[in-house]
Design a protein around this ligand. Structure first.
Ligand code: BEZ
Length: 231
């Protein structure tokens, strides 16, 4: 069996202790140099943040992701959400790559991209997975709420690009579930039915619920939001 380049054979050792932040805990604070100047996570209090890492500048999948994120930026902004990119490349490399994306694809990247040459941010967030690559960040996404609390995270491998539409769905689901105290079912799309949280009390559970199972009660999302599903 051939192992992908950069990948060490499994040596039976426990996984790295650096697993990054946990859901519902404060996201690690940082101050970092970006393509748009210095940025600190605390500057974003009061806003949602999608912090995402990519393995390397000037690579095909990353380029496709940056174009997809930029095209969706107005939708994130309409949800009071800022985008911040990150890789371990230098800010000079980021600038050259973004300039090339604009020249070749006519897409101007307007969100900040962190240079993380020291790997301080990527280490704090657990974006470097040793068996995937020795130094590059994997395709991580961290959704941070307006109080600086981590609400969702995903890690994708080097070989598969992320779905920005799924990230928008996730963000919208997080916001709706928080606003309305409801739960979001599988395959939900904005405007679709949501679920009541299951009751914890016997007397609440045994009430008549129009034939619906007490632990699975759908309800219309009547917040007036009929967000468009982007394709
Ligand atoms: C890419 O974005 O295409 C890529 C980046 C790092 C390793 C492999 C692929």
């Amino acid at each position: 069996m051939t192992l992908p380049e950069n990948r060490a054979p499994f040596d039976g050792m426990a996984p790295s202790a650096n697993v990054g932040p946990k859901l519902d805990e404060p996201a690690p604070l940082f101050t970092a140099r970006t393509t748009l100047g210095t940025c600190a996570l605390e500057d974003y209090r009061g806003q949602w943040v999608v912090l995402f890492s990519h393995p390397a500048d000037f690579t095909p999948v990353c380029t496709s992701e940056f174009i997809a994120f930029q095209n969706a930026l107005p939708e994130f902004e309409a949800l009071n959400c800022a985008l911040i990119g990150l890789s371990v490349d230098s800010v000079y490399s980021h600038i050259a790559w973004l300039e090339s994306i604009e020249a070749k694809f006519d897409v101007k990247i307007t969100f900040p991209v962190i240079e993380d040459v020291s790997m301080a941010v990527s280490t704090a967030y657990g974006m470097i997975h040793e068996r995937s690559s020795s130094t590059a960040t994997v395709r991580s996404v961290f959704i941070i709420d307006p109080n600086g609390i981590l609400k969702a995270l995903t890690h994708y491998p080097l070989t598969v690009g992320r779905s920005v539409n799924e990230l928008l769905r996730l963000l919208k689901g997080l916001q709706l579930s928080e606003r309305e105290s409801v739960a979001i079912p599988a395959e939900w799309q904005p405007g679709g039915e949501v679920l009541y949280n299951a009751p914890c009390l016997f007397n609440d559970a045994i009430k008549a619920h129009d034939g619906q199972a007490w632990y699975f009660r759908k309800v219309a999302n009547d917040t007036g939001e009929q967000d468009e599903v982007t394709s």
